[in-house]
Design a protein around this ligand. Structure first.
Ligand SMILES: NC(=O)C1=CN([C@@H]2O[C@H](COP(=O)(O)OP(=O)(O)OC[C@H]3O[C@@H](n4cnc5c(N)ncnc54)[C@H](OP(=O)(O)O)[C@@H]3O)[C@@H](O)[C@H]2O)C=CC1
Ligand SMILES: CC(C)CCC[C@@H](C)[C@H]1CC=C2C3=C(CC[C@@]21C)[C@@]1(C)CC[C@H](O)C[C@@H]1CC3
Length: 418
């Protein structure tokens, strides 16, 4: 039951002060974006059009709707899975088991929503409820993180994350103390990372598309593109759900406010920003420009999926014919690093593809406003920071072999630039 206070891991995110600032700044940014997206000038950097009073934020009905959504996703998570995957080896040499049924949850949610809409559910009314729903999600994230923090007090030391156990309560609350908090086999972090937020994001997009159809007779081409691109991204993440088990969020970071808020509130309510913007600021988009944007998204997806699949295939089975011919660097751990193929172009080709897609999601919104480009700006800084964190971890894991990889592949994300 011991908890190693002051575990000695280097502090990230600017330490306790940075963590405290982010805990205020992230929800404030999310509410700012929600308010600004529906305002006439839609200025990213200006003040919000008004400050919402408690009656605009707090609604018991929206809280109930939010919990119904979480309950539905939890029920779908518990349905029999097509596959059960094992996670990475833990400190105590054990491996946790995870159900692989995220895509099934997406399809079943689509069927249920389809049935409910045909029975008269006014999905197009959802955009009017975003503010109180986002407030319910934020409140849930705060309370949930507090419960997770308390749960970690009685967790065995082997269950704690390397990073979030500095002994500073603010920092540890933000980063998360326990690595894989579970009740029986229900894994909270894995559940939150892929289900309520990601599926909620595409549902909000769909509701915005439906409201646009109600307002203007039919959805605009720009709205179709944004919905299509982001549905592809979410569908892809859930189809390749097993790949999330090797991300640093699952293997390294504890489950605290950062991920709870990020997964439950930030993803659905800010990643849907382009569709929110388009509902209130329709943009003309001709077929030639739409084709160019589709091409940009396709190129981004091709790089993103190609790089991720190449690494996942290689990590599962280095002798797989699809990757067996690639050049590698041996490491002292026995694992190898790819140094040709996508991973020989830059050290994070998957981030490059992801960023190209992020650009394609903003372009349908035109160039008259900076607001729809918020995701691209935020995502660039998230991935630059994430890449630096991953490099630190790889350097610790692979030492000299990592130096050799950096020498052979000098650019991190963008060839010849960064
Ligand atoms: N939309 C969003 O908000 C976000 C999206 N993403 C996306 O999620 C996906 C997963 O990203 P992320 O979790 O950051 O990490 P990555 O999938 O990029 O994985 C990094 C790990 O890959 C392994 N690796 C690195 N270089 C090599 C190499 N040359 N050969 C073989 N293995 C190597 C290392 O782990 P090891 O050696 O232990 O296998 C390293 O720790 C990405 O596509 C990213 O774009 C990520 C964050 C947010
Ligand atoms: C609120 C903060 C700014 C930080 C929040 C970060 C989270 C929103 C992201 C951390 C890692 C994520 C991943 C994904 C979504 C965003 C979060 C949760 C994916 C599931 C997106 C789809 C990809 O195919 C896989 C990603 C894994 C990491």
């Amino acid at each position: 039951m011991a908890s190693p206070q002051g575990s000695g891991a280097p502090l990230e995110f600017g330490g306790p002060l940075g963590a405290a600032a982010l805990m205020l700044l992230l929800p404030a940014t999310m509410f700012h974006l929600l308010l600004v997206a529906r305002s006439g000038p839609a200025r990213l950097l200006g003040p919000p059009p008004y400050l919402p009073g408690p009656e605009a934020l707090w609604s018991p009905q929206m809280l109930l709707l939010w919990f119904t959504w979480l309950g539905l996703q939890a029920a779908l998570y518990l349905l029999p899975a097509r596959k059960v995957a094992e996670g990475q080896e833990l400190k105590d040499k054990s491996r946790l088991r995870y159900p692989i049924n995220g895509f099934q949850a997406l399809v079943l949610t689509a069927l249920l929503v389809g049935l409910a809409v045909s029975a008269g559910l006014p999905l197009g009314a959802l955009p009017e409820m975003l503010l109180p729903l986002a407030f319910a999600a934020t409140l849930t994230a705060f309370i949930f993180s507090l419960l997770l923090y308390l749960k970690a007090l009685v967790a065995p030391a082997s269950a704690l994350a390397p990073g979030g156990n500095s002994g500073n309560p603010i920092y540890d609350f933000f980063l998360g103390r326990e690595l894989n908090p579970r009740i029986w086999s229900f894994d909270f972090k894995y559940f939150c990372e892929l289900r309520p937020g990601l599926i909620g994001w595409v549902l909000i997009n769909l509701a915005l598309l439906m409201q646009e159809a109600e307002l203007r007779g039919s959805p605009s081409l720009a709205m179709w593109l944004v919905n299509g691109f982001q549905l592809l991204y979410v569908g892809d993440a859930l189809w390749h759900e097993e790949a999330v088990l090797t991300t640093m969020d699952i293997t390294h970071d504890g489950f605290g406010f950062m991920l709870a808020f990020g997964d439950l509130a930030w993803v659905p309510f800010t990643y849907s920003l382009q569709a929110q913007f388009l509902l209130h600021h329709p943009q003309p988009l001709g077929l030639p420009m739409a084709s160019v944007i589709c091409l940009i998204n396709a190129v981004g997806y091709y790089i993103f999926r190609g790089a991720n699949s190449q690494k996942n295939t290689f990590r599962k089975n280095p002798s797989d014919p699809r990757v067996a011919g690639l050049e590698t660097i041996p490491t002292a751990t026995g694992r190898q690093l790819l140094v040709s193929g996508w991973w020989g172009v830059v050290r994070h080709p998957n981030y490059l593809g992801d960023l190209i897609m992020a650009l394609a999601w903003s372009l349908p919104c035109g160039v008259s406003h900076l607001l729809p480009y918020f995701y691209l700006l935020y995502f660039t800084s998230l991935l630059v920071h994430r890449e630096a964190r991953d490099e630190q971890q790889c350097l610790r894991k692979y030492g000299l072999a990592w130096h050799e990889y950096c020498r052979r592949v000098p650019y991190r994300i963008l060839p010849y630039v960064y």
